[in-house]
Design a protein around this ligand. Structure first.
Ligand SMILES: NC(=O)c1ccc[n+]([C@@H]2O[C@H](COP(=O)([O-])OP(=O)(O)OC[C@H]3O[C@@H](n4cnc5c(N)ncnc54)[C@H](OP(=O)(O)O)[C@@H]3O)[C@@H](O)[C@H]2O)c1
Length: 437
């Protein structure tokens, strides 16, 4: 017995999948009870050099050899992008094929249509590789933690940005230099926008939210802030205060009002927290459930074999389903119905903040600024005054606040900008203290 598998794409991930299926045939057969066979792989250019050489005849430019082919029960979409991937995935599900995909952009933007099509056609769509690469967070949320009311999901979900931030923190490099280094090492694309502007991590946060709460938010519900505005000196100040800076993805379900709270932005994390120790290209996810407490998962978030590890894990699971007599009983997201979303406006979300002011070096500055904050009911947790801004001759005043609604901080900053003491635009970064919401 064997399960035929068709690939859409034979790039980094597709070649990794082919490598594992070819070289680990006897291991996989031991686990499943039969073989996986790659039947066809759709590409644009069959002549291109491949990281793992495909057997003769595997590559094709004709998608019909895979999509809708009744001899191929499992289609693996690893081509990326929205179209034609979306049309291929929908057609495969409607033709009675199960689908595995690594495409977070596709699921974050067209997930509702795709998951509904899977359910209507009683087919599975598995997507373990779409979030945090090799880390089995999808299955953990869907199955291992199914008994829990999930309260929070925290993640470091993009290896490129985590590499850049680690390098800025450890070497004191500028953002531009750290990005250049990441590109030289192959950790960042020639066009790094989706990574450094936070879009890639936002796609993954949409999927984690869907799995955690049965709500599929729109991308527009998540305000996304990337890492391009971070400066090396903020890492030094953060360290002096006992923190590190990470691009943090947070999805909370507030038990008080039942509303979702999102954060996808650089954030200060206490230096001794597990997520703060996640360095370089590594990813990590922490899930907080009412029964399980905090669960922490960490590992490689990208790369040929780590991503293929997750894809092949999905193929194995789907091969078992494809060979069973009964159709899948579990919906792909782990929820029977998607609930309506209730998202808290960003202005109402409470957080502590790191504020870096550049101010004239003269008496009364701190009291003027603390007066403005006090007027908006924002209390101060720590203050440091250190260093001179060489461009302006002014000094840096760094304030760590206690938790406050974002709209209060925004109003306070409008007022602070009106003071004649500021010499530059204040820098604002959230502080995540991991307390219960
Ligand atoms: N790379 C990672 O570490 C990683 C990690 C997690 C998730 N993912 C996700 O996995 C997916 C694939 O990523 P990747 O890095 O493997 O991409 P990739 O290296 O660019 O490979 C894409 C493959 O799809 C083929 N392809 C693209 N558009 C096509 C079209 N219109 N018609 C036919 N074939 C087409 C390409 O053909 P040619 O080779 O002929 O150009 C190539 O073989 C993406 O959704 C990505 O977000 C990647």
């Amino acid at each position: 017995m064997q399960t035929n598998v068709g690939l859409l794409g034979y790039g980094t991930v597709g070649a990794g999948v082919a490598k594992i299926i070819s070289l680990e045939d006897s291991l996989l057969s031991q686990k499943i009870g039969w073989s996986l066979k790659l039947s066809k792989a759709v590409v644009r250019d069959p002549e291109k050099h491949r990281a793992f050489t495909p057997p003769p005849g595997l590559l094709t430019t004709n998608p019909d050899e895979v999509v809708g082919n009744p001899d191929i029960p499992v289609v693996v979409e690893v081509m990326g992008g929205i179209e034609p991937a979306r049309s291929f995935v929908l057609k495969a599900l409607r033709s009675g094929q199960h689908v595995v995909t690594a495409n977070k952009a596709l699921l974050a933007t067209h997930g509702r249509e795709i998951f509904e099509t899977a359910l209507q056609n009683k087919k599975e769509i598995f997507f373990e590789a779409a979030v945090a690469g090799a880390i089995p967070v999808i299955r953990t949320l869907k199955e291992g933690l199914a008994a829990n009311r999930i309260q929070s999901v925290f993640g470091i979900l993009n290896g490129t940005t985590n590499y850049i931030l680690t390098s800025m923190a450890q070497e004191g490099t500028s953002f531009a230099d750290a990005l250049g280094e990441a590109q030289k090492l192959g950790y960042a694309e020639a066009d790094p926008a989706a990574d450094v502007e936070g879009t890639d991590a936002a796609h993954k946060l949409v999927l984690l939210t869907a799995l955690a709460y049965g709500v599929l938010p729109g991308l527009g519900d998540i305000r996304v802030e990337g890492i391009t505005g971070l400066e090396a000196l903020d890492f030094k100040f953060a360290r002096a205060l006992g923190y590190v800076i990470k691009l943090l993805a947070v999805s909370n379900l507030n038990p008080g009002d039942g509303r979702l709270e999102f954060l996808l932005a650089p954030a200060l994390l206490p230096r001794d927290h597990l997520l703060a120790g996640v360095s370089g290209v590594m990813n990590a996810v922490m899930v907080r459930g009412h029964a399980c407490g905090d669960i922490f998962l960490s590992g490689a978030g990208a790369g040929m074999l780590p991503t293929a590890s997750a894809v092949v894990g999905d193929i194995i699971e789907i091969a078992r389903i494809a060979h069973s007599d009964s159709p899948p009983t579990k919906p792909s997201l782990g929820w029977q119905n998607l609930k309506d979303e209730a998202v808290k406006p960003a202005g109402d979300i409470r957080s502590s903040y790191y504020l870096r002011f550049s101010v004239h070096d003269r008496p009364g500055v701190l009291s003027a600024l603390s007066g403005v904050l006090a007027k908006h009911d924002i209390s101060i947790a720590q203050v440091i005054q250190k260093g001179v801004n060489p461009e302006t001759g002014s000094v840096f005043l760094v304030i760590l606040t206690h938790a406050t609604p974002e709209k209060e901080l925004t109003a306070a900053l409008v007022e602070a900008r009106g003071l004649d003491t500021l010499t530059a635009e204040p820098k604002v970064i959230r502080v995540e203290d991991f307390l219960a919401v």
